[in-house]
Design a protein around this ligand. Sequence first.
Ligand code: AMP
Length: 288
Amino acid sequence: MKILSKLSEIKVLRSSLSGPVGFVPTMGYLHEGHLSMVDAARKICREVFVSIYVNPTQFAPTEDLSRYPRDFERDCQLLESRGVDYIFFPSDADMYPDGFQTYVSVQELSRGLCGQSRPDHFRGVATVVLKLFSIVKPDIAFFGQKDAQQCAVIRRMVMDLNLDVEIRIAPIVRDHDGLALSSRNQYLSTEERRAALVLPRTLQALRERILQKQVSTQKAVQDWFMQEIGTESCIRPDYISVVHPLTLKEMGSWKPGDGEILVAAALWVGKTRLIDNQLIDLGNPGSS
Ligand code: AMP
């Protein structure tokens, strides 16, 4: 496994590689969610790149950029054990040199859901992902369903800008108690970790109720969510919404045959903001 920091090193290397080249962009502090995508890439790609870069442009000044967890040595050991070929570990100076002023904005998809409380977040994500694609030139790039809005934004950017990269989405990897793995889970105290379980529990309950046709309106979902999380004192809701997974358009109601719907939610546990979602297949017309 090689670690590359300089853009010039990647350029020389990339021109010598034949594909398919797989790419897993991350912010490091890796867990099994990241590694599941590495495994998926390893299965189908000849060369596997992982980037580790805590991208400053996707954090607001009030957010956790400076305390975002980092452990580069541990990340390298994990990636080596999973058979990664190359780690790209760029510096801020290389990614955002003096005079940098070009951003990509996937407009409507960036506004709702997490975009309401993080208005510039997806502009930073789209910009850095496009830059990473230009540098690594992957054939196939892997993203996690955990960040469902990010998946929609990246897919739309790839379509709109005619990027020659295939996007694959990996399922959410959860801890034994159901909490979706996240580098930010390590901010949680023992008590907050326990309280945070209300998020996967409520989404799982909603999944079952929706599939059993007991809940079929946005309002019923909102009411159920507020009632459930109201039982935990250190929890504050950010949002819950049922949307179409590609357009992220909010759905007032749904019925069997409506295809896939996405129930996405975010909440605050103390000072930590967590997100999670359930992708639910209601089947296609005529199938139910
Ligand atoms: P991050 O390092 O948090 O920016 O995440 C890097 C990639 O890993 C993104 O595509 C995330 O969606 C994905 N990811 C993060 N957590 C999980 C998880 N629990 N399951 C699957 N993918 C994940």
